[in-house]
Structures are given as structure tokens and as C-alpha cells.
Write a protein that binds this ligand. Structure first.
Ligand SMILES: *Cc1c(COP(=O)(O)O)cnc(C)c1O
Length: 440
């Protein structure tokens, strides 16, 4: 049978888990565990869904869909993003280097970051990067200087904090945004940033950018941010008697992690944003700006499943005579920091066989020297799970491998792309020698 959300599109379970027709058992045997398995078709369809939603709702004013590379980027994924015809959002020299190494067109890229180094800014400008999203007054001066030195007029956005901070299920609106990103609209620093940018002939201010948060499951936050940015577009028009042509509304579109949850649907959320953008622009008598977005998690998160092998099991007495069975897997917080970092929740299944045994209250833990090294705090799984069994954790594509560490000198896992019954290694497993090579 096909597994529905939160599993990737081509995940099936019939006696065992298969992804794109390949069994978890075969994948583990061929590539080892822990293993990130990415469903290539799912990735391409998700990228296309955002592109289509933007085009459908904004027509000629559809800007770029920038895949947020920080969610997961390697050279093969950069090729997929290029083949999808969408853009790429990068926020470091390393991410730029991955893109450059596969010939990703620089004009379809956008550079983010609250502390881009001088060399990152220089190489971005030299490469012909499409847009730099400027985040501080120091940076306005740096970008202007390097653009001028290389004889270029650099397209730039200003990153603004719209006073909307969106969390998973609610958003709060504050006048003072106590965080490191962007220029605050409410405090007037956004307007001073506009003036500072316009004072440089080497900068071409094309619009405003806002990114309100991540794993957002309701539309209101995006709508409110768009409303605030459009007010500023109107102020700009009133003041300078011309209009800024673009807005970039960032990423943050939420996905399902657990059974029964549902993620945002691209055409629905973009439709909601479009109606607010259109009515606000009409209200201020503005032309419709070109709208760009930056989904990361929503494109890559659901495409990937981590396969772990169980090493030990242990039964622990709780209060009231209950017990909890601990399943220790061969990875943990070094390949998925999200549960320890944000209390993120995941589901899991026994991947290599079908068990009809009753389930028991279980906790899936990693192999690191840390009590908080928990992958799943509480889940019911068959009582006969034993060392050597495989556990699959879906929806690990975003901020999994990309946030992986070498804690305890554990090499980071490999990434395998699957499609139509074929599996291909796209990032090899790190070796102990890779780690030793760093020490002098
Ligand atoms: C993190 C980030 C994104 C992507 O966020 P997701 O939640 O993965 O969609 C997009 N834009 C900016 C500026 C970001 O910082």
C-alpha cells in the first residue's frame, strides 16, 4: 500500500518499506546506516508545485521561487533545482560554492545572511549573483563598495522585519522585533536603509524582503507581512514618485511531520497571499509587484526518510508500574538535531519487516553521550523489535543532513537518491579518515 503523509510520495509498505520501489533492507545493505534516502520525483514535483502556484496566482507578476539551500543542499540537489527552472537562495560562501560547482546560473541566485563576509560579498558580485538581500547598514556600505569596485550595479533587496513573528500555530505581532535579522519597519530603520541604499549609484534597490519564520501552518502571518511591506511600497511611491517593482515574501511554509497532520498546500497559501497582495495594492493604488518566495522545508522535508539500524533495546521502569522500551539506533542528534533543538516531533516505523506483535510504549534514542539525544520521545512500536531491525523516520529532508554534526566523532551519514527502482549515492558517508584529516 502507498503510505500517505508524512511519508514521501513513492513510499510503500507491503511486508516492508520501499521507497521508489527499493526496499529499506536493500538500501541499508548497499549503503549502510544511518542513511538519508531522498525521493527524487517527490522533490521535483514539490519544486514544480510552488512554481505553478506562483504563476497561477500572479501571472506575469510571478517572480522567482528560490529554493532555500540551507534546508538541504548538495551538488546533485543543486542540479535538480536548476533543472526545475527555479532559483536558489544561499547564505554562505559554502552554499555558493556548491551551486557554482555544478554551473548553477548565478543570476537565478539570491544571497542572504546577517553577516556576509567581505569575501562572500565580493565573490557573489563577481559571479554575477542575481540579488543580494541586505541586512544591515554596514552591509549596504560593503555591497555598494564592492559593486562599485567591480564596475557593477548590483540588484538588491532590503530584508525587513514586518513586526510579524510567526510560529507553528500562532503568530505574534510586536513593535520591537528583538532578533538579529533585517531592518525594522516600525522603528524607522527600514526607511533609513532605503535612503542609505538609494545614496549609492552601484546599488539597484528592486524591492523588499521579509521572512517571518519557519514551519508555519496558517496563512495569516504571510498576509500580515505582505500588508506591512506594501504599506512601505506606498510610502516609497509617495516619497520618490516611482514604484519599487518587487517583493520577496520568504519561506517558512509548514509541512506534516506526524500522521494526521497536513502541511500547507502551495496553491492555497499562494492564493491567499495573492488576494491580500492584490487588494492591498489596489487600496494604495500601486501596480502589482513581482512576488518571489523562498520555500526550503516544504520542498525537501517530506522527500527524505532516514533509515537507522537498532543496536540495543532496553526496558525502563517508569512510575506507576509502567515501562518504557528504549530503542537505541545508530545515529541520533548528530544527524537530526531538531528534536533536541526545538522539541520537534517525528514518527517512525519498523522498516524491514511486517510485525503483527502488540505495540509497546517506546522511545527512540541515538548513540550519543547525551540524555537529550532523543529522536522520538514517545511512540508505540511492535514489541518484537530487536537488534538488527531497521527503523525508518520520514520527513527528515529539511535541516537534517544540513544541520548534521560530528558530535562524538561520528561521521555524517550518506545521502542516496532513489527514483524508479534505482538508487544513487549523491553524498557519500563521511569516514573516520575524513575526520582525522582535519587534525594537525
Ligand atoms: C530559512 C529561510 C528560508 C526557508 O525557510 P523554510 O522554513 O525552510 O521554508 C527562506 N528564506 C530565508 C531568508 C530563510 O532564512
Amino acid at each position: 500500500m502507498n503510505l500517505s503523509e508524512p511519508y514521501s510520495k513513492n513510499s510503500t509498505f507491503d511486508q516492508e518499506l520501499k521507497i521508489a520501489g527499493i526496499s529499506a533492507r536493500d538500501l541499508a545493505a548497499q549503503f549502510g546506516t544511518p542513511l538519508f534516502v531522498i525521493d527524487q520525483e517527490d522533490f521535483m514535483l514539490r519544486a514544480a508545485a510552488w512554481r505553478e502556484a506562483l504563476t497561477f496566482h500572479f501571472g506575469a507578476q510571478a517572480g522567482q521561487v528560490y529554493y532555500a539551500g540551507k534546508s538541504f543542499l548538495n551538488r546533485e540537489v543543486a542540479r535538480w533545482v536548476d533543472a526545475s527552472g527555479i532559483g536558489l537562495d544561499v547564505c554562505s560562501g559554502g552554499e555558493m560554492a556548491v551551486a557554482a560547482s555544478v554551473g548553477f546560473p548565478a543570476e537565478r541566485m539570491e544571497l542572504h545572511g546577517n553577516n556576509k563576509s567581505e569575501s562572500e560579498i565580493q565573490s557573489a558580485i563577481a559571479s554575477g549573483i542575481g540579488t543580494i538581500v541586505m541586512d544591515s547598514f554596514h552591509e549596504i556600505e560593503r555591497v555598494a563598495k564592492f559593486a562599485q569596485e567591480s564596475g557593477k550595479i548590483q540588484r538588491v533587496y532590503l530584508r525587513l522585519t514586518a513586526g510579524v513573528e510567526a510560529h507553528t500555530h500562532e503568530f505574534i505581532s510586536t513593535a520591537h522585533e528583538d532578533q538579529k535579522f533585517g531592518f525594522s519597519i516600525a522603528s524607522g530603520s527600514a526607511w533609513r536603509a532605503v535612503e542609505a541604499t538609494l545614496s549609492h549609484a552601484s546599488l539597484n534597490l528592486v524591492g523588499f524582503h521579509s521572512h517571518i519564520g519557519s514551519q508555519i501552518l496558517i496563512n495569516d502571518g504571510f498576509e500580515m507581512a505582505a500588508t506591512r511591506l506594501i504599506e512601505l511600497l506606498a510610502k516609497y511611491r509617495d516619497h520618490f514618485d516611482r514604484e519599487l517593482p518587487e517583493l520577496d515574501l520568504g519561506g517558512g511554509y509548514g509541512i506534516a511531520y506526524l500522521p494526521g497532520e497536513s502541511g500547507l498546500i502551495p496553491t492555497e497559501v499562494i492564493g491567499a497571499i495573492a488576494s491580500v497582495v492584490k487588494s492591498e495594492c489596489a487600496k494604495h493604488n500601486l501596480h502589482l509587484p513581482k512576488i518571489s518566495i523562498e520555500p526550503g522545508r516544504h520542498i525537501v522535508g517530506p522527500t527524505t526518510t532516514t533509515i537507522y539500524e537498532v543496536g540495543t533495546t532496553k526496558s525502563v521502569e517508569l512510575e506507576r508500574g509502567e515501562t518504557r522500551r528504549y530503542l537505541s539506533i545508530d545515529g541520533g542528534m548528530s544527524d537530526n538535531i531538531r528534536p533536541s533543538l526545538y522539541g520537534a516531533e517525528y514518527t517512525a516505523l519498523l522498516a524491514n519487516r511486517l510485525s503483527h506483535e502488540p505495540t509497546v510504549n517506546s522511545r527512540i534514542v541515538g548513540k550519543h553521550c547525551e540524555t537529550g539525544d532523543i529522536v522520538i520521545r514517545e511512540i508505540d512500536l511492535p514489541q518484537d523489535i530487536a537488534p538488527g531491525d531497521l527503523i525508518a523516520v520520514p520527513v527528515t529532508g529539511a535541516y537534517g543532513r544540513s544541520m548534521a554534526s560530528n558530535y562524538n566523532h561520528i561521521p555524517r551519514p550518506a545521502v542516496v537518491a532513489v527514483r524508479d527502482g534505482q538508487a544513487r549515492l549523491i553524498t557519500r558517508r563521511e569516514s573516520i579518515n575524513d575526520l582525522l584529516a582535519l587534525d594537525i
